[in-house]
Design a protein around this ligand. Structure first.
Ligand code: ZN
Length: 241
């Protein structure tokens, strides 16, 4: 039985791999899709039904690394109504968490009929905020600094970014992104740091508030948690769900 399951997984994954996903920064885009939207009103199929996210952590990770990923998932389950469940044949879609030399994820659920990668390099398992960040992509979140109102809060230094990585800094339209009524938050775990993707020693993104700190990868902040609960219509208070 186990062999059949593994064969099925292998078939589905090889089919998926043949689709040759386009990659940029830490976001993966579904083939043939220029943008993956967080606005679930436009793309309801990208929302994980009932906030349930089947997952499969493969054996590329050590047991302590797997435990760290599960600990990141626990944070979602403590504060939000998102529920990560081990993948079974009951589910035709899931996130396949594997170790590569990258840390990246698709935005939201990309298919009802096969798995989708979420990649975590060993170096991405040193700070809890990194797997939390990638899991937030997987449930439907873009980066904070790509919000439609970002120009009021940050300056992007395009000349310090290789053009093939500009994608990571492009502003989203108000139709594809739902900012969930929450104010821009420099401290979001979904915000890039000053030197992310820098091609020199100069910053790529600077806050207009000179006292602001950006790019933390320690943990969720409340706006992240509230955003998840709003996006998935969770009936949770802000302290525990
Ligand atoms: Zn990211």
């Amino acid at each position: 039985m186990e062999a059949v399951v593994l064969l099925l997984i292998g078939f589905l994954l090889s089919h998926f791999c043949n689709a040759a996903p386009k990659r940029a920064g830490d976001i993966m885009l579904p083939p043939g899709t220029d943008r993956a939207a967080m606005n679930f009103n436009l793309r309801p199929e990208q929302k994980w039904p009932n906030g349930v996210v089947p997952y499969y952590i493969d054996n590329t990770f050590s047991s302590s690394e797997s435990d760290f990923i599960l600990y990141a998932m626990d944070q979602f389950e403590y504060y939000t109504c998102i529920r990560f469940v081990p993948w079974t044949e009951e589910y035709t879609y899931w996130i396949w968490i594997t170790k590569t030399n990258a840390c990246q994820s698709y935005i939201g659920r990309i298919s009802e009929s096969h798995g989708q990668y979420l990649e975590l390099a060993a170096g991405c398992l040193q700070m809890l905020g990194i797997p939390i960040h990638e899991l937030m992509h997987a449930i439907g979140f873009f980066h904070e600094h790509t919000r439609p109102d970002r120009d009021d809060y940050v300056t992007i230094h395009w000349d310090q970014i290789d053009t093939d990585l500009w994608y990571n800094f492009e502003k989203r339209s108000s139709s594809e992104v739902d900012s969930l009524g929450s104010p821009y938050d420099y401290s979001s775990v979904m915000h890039y740091g000053r030197y992310d993707f820098a091609k020199s020693s100069l910053p790529t993104i600077t806050p207009k508030d000179p006292s602001a700190t950006i790019g933390q990868r320690e943990y969720f902040v409340w706006s992240d948690i509230i955003g998840i609960n709003n996006l998935y219509n969770c009936d949770c208070n802000v302290y525990q769900c």
